[in-house]
Design a protein around this ligand. Structure first.
Ligand code: HEM
Length: 179
Protein backbone atom coordinates (compact mmCIF):
# COMPACT_ATOMS: atom_id res chain seq x y z
CA UNK A 1 0.00 0.00 0.00
CA UNK A 2 2.88 2.33 0.93
CA UNK A 3 4.58 1.40 -2.37
CA UNK A 4 1.40 2.21 -4.31
CA UNK A 5 1.15 5.63 -2.63
CA UNK A 6 4.81 6.34 -3.43
CA UNK A 7 4.20 5.35 -7.05
CA UNK A 8 1.21 7.72 -7.31
CA UNK A 9 3.26 10.53 -5.78
CA UNK A 10 6.10 9.85 -8.22
CA UNK A 11 3.69 9.96 -11.19
CA UNK A 12 2.14 13.22 -9.92
CA UNK A 13 5.65 14.72 -9.59
CA UNK A 14 6.61 13.49 -13.06
CA UNK A 15 3.46 15.14 -14.43
CA UNK A 16 4.58 18.43 -12.83
CA UNK A 17 8.07 18.29 -14.41
CA UNK A 18 8.84 21.07 -16.93
CA UNK A 19 8.93 18.60 -19.86
CA UNK A 20 5.57 17.02 -18.99
CA UNK A 21 3.94 20.40 -18.36
CA UNK A 22 5.28 21.76 -21.67
CA UNK A 23 3.81 18.75 -23.53
CA UNK A 24 0.49 18.76 -21.67
CA UNK A 25 -0.10 22.49 -22.13
CA UNK A 26 1.06 22.69 -25.75
CA UNK A 27 -1.94 23.02 -28.11
CA UNK A 28 -0.39 20.69 -30.69
CA UNK A 29 1.90 18.07 -29.02
CA UNK A 30 -0.78 15.66 -27.70
CA UNK A 31 -3.20 15.94 -30.68
CA UNK A 32 -0.30 15.50 -33.15
CA UNK A 33 1.10 12.47 -31.29
CA UNK A 34 -2.39 10.95 -31.09
CA UNK A 35 -2.90 11.43 -34.84
CA UNK A 36 0.48 9.84 -35.68
CA UNK A 37 -0.31 7.01 -33.20
CA UNK A 38 -3.59 6.35 -35.04
CA UNK A 39 -1.90 6.35 -38.48
CA UNK A 40 0.72 3.88 -37.19
CA UNK A 41 -2.08 1.66 -35.79
CA UNK A 42 -3.57 1.52 -39.30
CA UNK A 43 -0.19 0.55 -40.81
CA UNK A 44 0.61 -2.15 -38.23
CA UNK A 45 -2.89 -3.64 -38.29
CA UNK A 46 -3.10 -3.78 -42.09
CA UNK A 47 0.41 -5.31 -42.30
CA UNK A 48 -0.44 -8.00 -39.73
CA UNK A 49 -3.79 -8.61 -41.43
CA UNK A 50 -2.19 -9.09 -44.87
CA UNK A 51 0.17 -11.77 -43.52
CA UNK A 52 -2.55 -13.45 -41.42
CA UNK A 53 -5.05 -13.48 -44.29
CA UNK A 54 -2.40 -15.03 -46.59
CA UNK A 55 -1.87 -17.77 -43.98
CA UNK A 56 -5.59 -18.58 -43.75
CA UNK A 57 -5.83 -18.51 -47.57
CA UNK A 58 -8.05 -15.46 -48.07
CA UNK A 59 -5.54 -13.10 -49.79
CA UNK A 60 -2.32 -13.22 -51.83
CA UNK A 61 -3.04 -16.54 -53.53
CA UNK A 62 -0.02 -17.48 -55.67
CA UNK A 63 2.39 -15.59 -53.37
CA UNK A 64 4.35 -17.56 -50.77
CA UNK A 65 3.96 -16.91 -47.05
CA UNK A 66 7.67 -15.97 -46.95
CA UNK A 67 7.25 -13.34 -49.70
CA UNK A 68 4.12 -11.96 -48.04
CA UNK A 69 5.92 -11.73 -44.67
CA UNK A 70 8.99 -10.13 -46.29
CA UNK A 71 6.75 -7.57 -47.93
CA UNK A 72 4.68 -6.53 -44.90
CA UNK A 73 6.73 -7.30 -41.75
CA UNK A 74 9.14 -4.33 -42.20
CA UNK A 75 6.12 -1.98 -42.32
CA UNK A 76 4.82 -3.52 -39.09
CA UNK A 77 8.19 -3.10 -37.28
CA UNK A 78 8.51 0.54 -38.43
CA UNK A 79 4.94 1.25 -37.30
CA UNK A 80 5.69 -0.38 -33.93
CA UNK A 81 8.70 1.94 -33.47
CA UNK A 82 6.48 4.96 -34.27
CA UNK A 83 3.83 3.68 -31.82
CA UNK A 84 6.41 3.25 -29.05
CA UNK A 85 7.82 6.78 -29.66
CA UNK A 86 4.44 8.57 -29.86
CA UNK A 87 3.05 6.46 -26.99
CA UNK A 88 6.00 7.50 -24.80
CA UNK A 89 5.31 11.18 -25.48
CA UNK A 90 1.62 10.67 -24.62
CA UNK A 91 2.65 9.00 -21.34
CA UNK A 92 5.03 11.84 -20.46
CA UNK A 93 2.26 14.38 -21.10
CA UNK A 94 -0.08 12.66 -18.60
CA UNK A 95 1.86 10.01 -16.63
CA UNK A 96 -0.68 9.49 -13.85
CA UNK A 97 -3.73 8.98 -16.09
CA UNK A 98 -1.88 6.72 -18.54
CA UNK A 99 0.15 4.55 -16.16
CA UNK A 100 -2.66 4.09 -13.64
CA UNK A 101 -4.98 2.76 -16.36
CA UNK A 102 -5.54 -1.00 -16.21
CA UNK A 103 -6.32 -0.87 -19.95
CA UNK A 104 -2.80 0.44 -20.58
CA UNK A 105 -1.15 -2.47 -18.79
CA UNK A 106 -3.44 -5.08 -20.38
CA UNK A 107 -2.56 -3.54 -23.74
CA UNK A 108 1.17 -3.79 -22.95
CA UNK A 109 0.83 -7.46 -21.87
CA UNK A 110 -1.00 -8.32 -25.11
CA UNK A 111 1.60 -6.34 -27.07
CA UNK A 112 4.43 -8.43 -25.58
CA UNK A 113 2.49 -11.62 -26.43
CA UNK A 114 1.82 -10.41 -30.00
CA UNK A 115 5.49 -9.47 -30.51
CA UNK A 116 6.66 -12.85 -29.15
CA UNK A 117 4.30 -14.74 -31.49
CA UNK A 118 5.46 -12.59 -34.44
CA UNK A 119 9.19 -13.05 -33.74
CA UNK A 120 8.78 -16.83 -33.47
CA UNK A 121 6.66 -16.93 -36.63
CA UNK A 122 9.12 -14.80 -38.64
CA UNK A 123 12.04 -16.94 -37.47
CA UNK A 124 10.25 -20.05 -38.75
CA UNK A 125 9.31 -18.31 -42.02
CA UNK A 126 12.96 -17.54 -42.73
CA UNK A 127 14.32 -21.00 -41.91
CA UNK A 128 11.58 -23.40 -43.06
CA UNK A 129 11.47 -23.91 -46.85
CA UNK A 130 7.80 -24.99 -46.56
CA UNK A 131 6.95 -21.28 -46.41
CA UNK A 132 8.36 -20.62 -49.89
CA UNK A 133 5.66 -22.46 -51.85
CA UNK A 134 3.35 -20.00 -53.63
CA UNK A 135 0.20 -22.09 -53.34
CA UNK A 136 0.87 -24.39 -50.39
CA UNK A 137 -1.97 -24.06 -47.82
CA UNK A 138 -0.72 -23.35 -44.28
CA UNK A 139 -0.98 -26.07 -41.62
CA UNK A 140 -4.09 -25.94 -39.43
CA UNK A 141 -2.05 -24.95 -36.32
CA UNK A 142 -0.59 -21.99 -38.16
CA UNK A 143 -4.03 -20.98 -39.49
CA UNK A 144 -5.41 -21.08 -35.94
CA UNK A 145 -2.48 -18.92 -34.74
CA UNK A 146 -3.22 -16.42 -37.52
CA UNK A 147 -6.82 -16.01 -36.28
CA UNK A 148 -5.62 -15.74 -32.65
CA UNK A 149 -3.09 -13.07 -33.71
CA UNK A 150 -5.80 -11.01 -35.46
CA UNK A 151 -7.88 -11.28 -32.25
CA UNK A 152 -4.96 -10.11 -30.10
CA UNK A 153 -4.37 -7.05 -32.32
CA UNK A 154 -8.07 -6.16 -32.26
CA UNK A 155 -7.98 -6.43 -28.44
CA UNK A 156 -4.85 -4.19 -28.34
CA UNK A 157 -6.67 -1.54 -30.38
CA UNK A 158 -9.77 -1.70 -28.13
CA UNK A 159 -7.62 -1.48 -24.98
CA UNK A 160 -5.75 1.51 -26.44
CA UNK A 161 -9.05 3.35 -26.83
CA UNK A 162 -10.26 2.16 -23.41
CA UNK A 163 -7.35 3.96 -21.68
CA UNK A 164 -9.30 7.22 -21.89
CA UNK A 165 -12.36 5.56 -20.27
CA UNK A 166 -10.58 3.29 -17.78
CA UNK A 167 -12.77 3.93 -14.68
CA UNK A 168 -15.94 3.73 -16.81
CA UNK A 169 -14.88 0.42 -18.41
CA UNK A 170 -13.34 -1.29 -15.38
CA UNK A 171 -15.19 0.41 -12.49
CA UNK A 172 -13.48 -0.12 -9.12
CA UNK A 173 -10.92 -2.44 -10.79
CA UNK A 174 -9.35 0.66 -12.37
CA UNK A 175 -6.66 2.07 -10.04
CA UNK A 176 -7.63 5.56 -11.31
CA UNK A 177 -10.96 5.30 -9.41
CA UNK A 178 -9.08 5.22 -6.11
CA UNK A 179 -6.59 8.07 -6.81
C1 HEM B 1 5.06 0.58 -26.88
C2 HEM B 1 4.00 0.83 -27.59
C3 HEM B 1 2.85 1.72 -27.21
C4 HEM B 1 2.71 2.66 -26.21
C5 HEM B 1 3.75 3.08 -25.17
C6 HEM B 1 1.37 3.20 -26.31
C7 HEM B 1 0.83 4.17 -25.50
C8 HEM B 1 -0.38 4.80 -25.71
C9 HEM B 1 -0.88 5.92 -24.98
C10 HEM B 1 -0.18 6.58 -23.82
C11 HEM B 1 -2.08 6.27 -25.49
C12 HEM B 1 -2.98 7.43 -25.06
C13 HEM B 1 -4.22 6.91 -24.35
C14 HEM B 1 -5.16 8.03 -23.98
O1 HEM B 1 -4.71 8.99 -23.36
O2 HEM B 1 -6.34 7.94 -24.31
C15 HEM B 1 -2.37 5.35 -26.56
C16 HEM B 1 -3.52 5.37 -27.32
C17 HEM B 1 -3.87 4.38 -28.17
N1 HEM B 1 -3.10 3.32 -28.55
FE1 HEM B 1 -1.17 2.98 -27.98
N2 HEM B 1 0.72 2.58 -27.35
C18 HEM B 1 1.58 1.67 -27.90
C19 HEM B 1 1.31 0.82 -28.95
C20 HEM B 1 0.06 0.66 -29.49
C21 HEM B 1 -0.29 -0.37 -30.43
C22 HEM B 1 0.67 -1.42 -30.99
C23 HEM B 1 -1.61 -0.21 -30.72
C24 HEM B 1 -2.50 -1.02 -31.65
C25 HEM B 1 -2.15 -1.48 -32.80
C26 HEM B 1 -2.10 0.91 -29.99
C27 HEM B 1 -3.40 1.37 -29.98
C28 HEM B 1 -3.83 2.52 -29.39
C29 HEM B 1 -5.17 3.12 -29.56
C30 HEM B 1 -6.32 2.58 -30.41
C31 HEM B 1 -5.17 4.30 -28.81
C32 HEM B 1 -6.30 5.32 -28.71
C33 HEM B 1 -5.97 6.42 -29.69
C34 HEM B 1 -6.91 7.57 -29.60
O3 HEM B 1 -8.11 7.35 -29.63
O4 HEM B 1 -6.45 8.72 -29.50
N3 HEM B 1 -1.06 1.43 -29.24
N4 HEM B 1 -1.32 4.46 -26.68
Amino acid sequence: MEDAREMVEFLIELGQSPLSLAMATSPWVVPTMQSIHIMAIAVIFISVLMIALRIVGITWGGVSIRSTANRFAPWAWCALAVLAATGTVLILAEPLRELMAISFWLKMILLVIAITISVRFLRAVHTDEAFTHPDEPAQSGLRRNAYVTIGIWVAIIFLGRFIAYDPLVWGSLSPISSV
